[in-house]
Design a protein around this ligand. Structure first.
Ligand code: 13P
Length: 266
């Protein structure tokens, strides 16, 4: 089965939380409680905490990611951080998070440029897509996500993005930070819809090889529901990722799925 080739990824998005003084300790606590070799673990702290987290998880096999990157390489962009600046600090990057679309006015076109910089900079992108509540209630969720995907991926070479290890995170905006998660079935259906969009864009078998994560109030209590969906390959975790107990539960459950999928693949 092709999906069995995809990794199970649990990525922590710490958002605007932690400081350089406390991020290392939190990262170490999470690392110590999530040692599952079959699960790809990633921690995405604020920029200023990247070095502390990198040092804290050295040798643990945990990826360190930024939460954003600028669409240009350098220049007059006060307060921004470019991909080359992240060399040695991060190997992953979250792009197009709905909070950046909301707070910083990021469009699909801007996100597409950031994707270019991420790939050129050797950063593994986690591209976020997701609909607003009114869009879901209006029956337009798949259409909105398809538009976001097509916009961000336009002009990119599927093979190059696949080589860069592109991960797509489906994060319905109404589920983020609300305690109201999507159903596993909805997440699974959207993950399938995402791969249909990729296939329609000429991705062929690369669509099946691209991991799709769920994000939005994911916790140790509901992670099983998402991982039970064959199309869903892990989670992008916000609030719960600041709690080592929660991360331990989430990654332990992810390890069960990883083992089951490996066994099913023979
Ligand atoms: P919460 O898990 O806090 O809902 O956040 C999800 C998210 O936005 C991860 O990127």
């Amino acid at each position: 089965m092709i999906w069995a080739m995809r990794p199970i990824v649990i990525a922590a998005n710490w958002k605007m939380n932690t400081t350089p003084a406390d991020a290392g300790e939190l990262a170490r606590a999470i690392a110590g409680r999530t040692r599952e070799p079959d699960v790809v673990r990633v921690i995405c702290p604020p920029f200023v905490c990247l070095a502390a987290v990198r040092d804290a998880v050295a040798g643990e096999g945990i990826g360190v990611g930024a939460q954003n990157v600028h669409g240009e390489l350098a220049g007059a962009h006060t307060g921004e951080v470019s991909a080359p600046m992240l060399a040695g600090l991060a190997t992953w990057v979250i792009l197009g998070h709905s909070e950046r679309r909301r707070d910083a006015g990021e469009t699909d076109e801007i996100i597409g440029r950031k994707l270019r910089r991420a790939v050129d900079g050797g950063l593994r992108p986690i591209l976020c897509v997701g609909e607003q509540l009114a869009e879901r209630e209006g029956g337009r969720a798949e259409e909105v996500v398809a538009t976001q995907l097509r916009g961000a991926l336009e002009g990119h070479d599927p093979a190059e993005l696949a080589r860069a290890g592109l991960v797509i995170a489906y994060e319905p905006v109404w589920a983020i930070g609300t305690g109201r998660n999507a159903s596993g079935a909805d997440a699974g259906a959207m993950a399938e819809a995402i791969r249909r969009v990729l296939r329609a864009a000429g991705w062929g078998t690369l669509a099946e090889a691209t991991p799709v994560l769920y994000g939005g109030s994911a916790t140790s209590a509901n992670i099983a529901e998402f991982l039970a969906e064959p199309a869903v390959d892990g989670a992008l975790v916000g609030g719960a990722s600041l709690k080592p107990d929660e991360m331990a539960g989430i990654v332990a459950r992810a390890a069960v799925t990883a083992a089951a999928r490996r066994a099913a693949a023979g």
